[in-house]
Design a protein around this ligand. Structure first.
Ligand code: IPM
Ligand code: MN
Length: 354
C-alpha cells in the first residue's frame, strides 16, 4: 500500500473551510484507492503573524521539505499590510523549496458558465506552465535617492539559461504526456524584451529539438490575452515567464468559470509541491459556509496526480464533474444552491460511488 505524508496549510479567511472539503475528498479518494495518507497541519498565515510575528519558522520549513506534497488553502489577511504574507509565506515557500513550476490548467467543465459566448468545454482546455522562481519575482533591484524628487526604482527580471531550460523541458514533457494537440506555445514579448525573451526563445527551440513530436508555437503576451478570449481552442500547453504567467492565469481562471473552480500547483518535479485554489482568502465570507470548495478539491486532485496516483485523481475529477452537472447551480459564493460543507460531502459521496 502506498503511503504519503502530506502537509496541510489551511491559512487565512475561507482557506480553512475549503481546505477541510479538499481533505474530505483526498481522504475519500485515498480510502477507495487503498492509499494511506498521513496529514500534518501547519498554522501559517495572517493570524499567526499578527500573534507573534512569525511567517514560516525554520522548523516548519524543514518539516515541509520532508513532505511528499502540501495542500494549501489561502494566504491573505485584511489586518496585515499587503506584501508581507505574500512574500513571507507564498514566495518564501516557492523559493525555499525551489518549486520552479507553476502549473495552472484552464479547463471548462460541462455545466459551468463561461463569459465567453459561443465557447464550450471543447474549446477551453489548455494548461499554463509558468516559471515560478525567476523573472521579476526574485526581488532583484532597488531604490536610488528614495524619497527625493530624483528617486529611481529599478526592478530587474532575472532569467537564467538553467532556470528557463528546466521549465521549458518540463513543459515539453507535460505536453507530450497530456497527448492532446501536442502543441506548445511560448508566450513572451520578443519584440520589446529583447534580452530576456531572446534567451527564452533560443532555449525554447533548442530544447524543442529533443521533442520532434511536439509542435512549437510562439505568441506575444498581449496577443495571448487576445487569443484566450477570441480563440481559446488555439491553445494546448502554454509556457511562459513568472510575471506573464501570473497575469494570463487570472484571465484563464475567468474563462474557465472563475475563482471557484481554478486550481494550481507550485511544483518541484519529482520532489514536492504545494497545491492550492488560486483565488484568495475571501475574508468577507469567512465562516459563512458560502464559498465554493471545488477549486480546493481540484487542487487535491492535482496533488494526487503529482504523486502519480492517477486513478485516485481521476476519481476526484469524475466526482467534481458529476456534482457540477447534477447539483451545483452556480460557482459563485452564496449562489451555489448548496453550502461549502454540503458540496464537500456531495463530492466525497460521489468519489466513494465512482
Ligand atoms: C498567484 C498570486 C501571487 C503571485 C501573489 C499573491 C504573490 O497572485 O499565485 O498568482 O503573484 O504569484
Ligand atoms: Mn496571481
Amino acid at each position: 500500500m502506498s503511503e504519503y505524508e502530506i502537509g496541510v496549510i489551511p491559512g487565512d479567511g475561507t482557506g480553512p473551510e475549503v481546505t477541510a472539503e479538499a481533505v474530505k475528498a483526498l481522504r475519500a479518494a485515498a480510502e477507495v484507492g487503498g492509499l494511506k495518507v498521513r496529514l500534518a497541519e501547519y498554522d501559517l498565515g495572517g493570524e499567526r503573524y499578527l500573534r507573534n510575528g512569525e511567517l514560516v519558522p525554520d522548523s516548519v520549513l524543514s518539516e515541509l521539505k520532508g513532505m511528499k506534497a502540501i495542500l494549501l488553502g489561502a494566504i491573505g489577511h485584511p489586518g496585515v499590510k499587503p506584501g508581507i504574507l505574500e512574500q513571507g509565506i507564498l514566495l518564501k515557500l516557492r523559493f525555499a523549496l525551489d518549486l520552479y513550476i507553476n502549473l495552472r490548467p484552464v479547463v471548462l467543465y460541462p455545466g459551468v458558465y463561461t463569459p465567453l459566448r459561443d465557447k464550450g468545454p471543447d474549446d477551453i482546455d489548455f494548461v499554463v506552465i509558468r516559471e515560478n522562481t525567476e523573472g521579476l519575482y526574485t526581488g532583484s533591484g532597488g531604490f536610488l535617492k528614495k524619497g527625493t524628487p530624483d528617486e529611481i526604482a529599478v526592478q530587474e527580471s532575472i532569467n537564467t539559461r538553467k532556470g528557463i531550460e528546466r521549465c521549458v523541458r518540463y513543459a515539453y514533457e507535460y505536453c507530450r504526456k497530456r497527448n492532446r494537440r501536442k502543441k506548445l506555445t511560448l508566450c513572451g514579448k520578443t519584440n520589446v524584451l529583447t534580452y530576456a525573451f531572446d534567451l527564452w526563445e533560443r532555449v525554447f527551440y533548442d530544447v524543442g529539438r529533443e521533442f520532434p513530436d511536439i509542435q512549437t508555437d510562439y505568441a506575444h503576451v498581449d496577443a495571448t490575452c487576445m487569443w484566450m478570449i477570441k480563440n481559446p481552442e488555439y491553445f494546448d500547453v502554454i509556457v511562459t515567464d513568472n510575471m506573464f504567467g501570473d497575469i494570463i492565469t487570472d484571465l484563464g481562471a475567468m474563462i474557465q468559470g472563475g475563482m471557484g473552480i481554478a486550481a494550481g500547483g507550485n511544483i518541484r518535479p519529482g520532489v514536492t509541491g504545494f497545491f492550492e485554489p488560486i483565488g484568495g482568502s475571501a475574508p468577507k465570507y469567512t465562516g459563512q459556509n458560502k464559498i465554493n470548495p471545488l477549486a480546493a478539491i481540484c487542487s487535491a486532485q492535482m496533488l494526487l496526480e503529482f504523486l502519480g496516483e492517477e486513478k485516485a485523481a481521476s476519481r476526484i475529477l469524475a466526482a467534481v464533474k458529476k456534482a457540477l452537472q447534477n447539483d451545483i447551480r452556480s460557482l459563485d459564493a452564496g449562489r451555489m444552491g448548496l453550502g461549502t460543507r454540503e458540496i464537500g460531502d456531495l463530492v466525497a459521496g460521489y468519489i466513494r460511488k465512482c
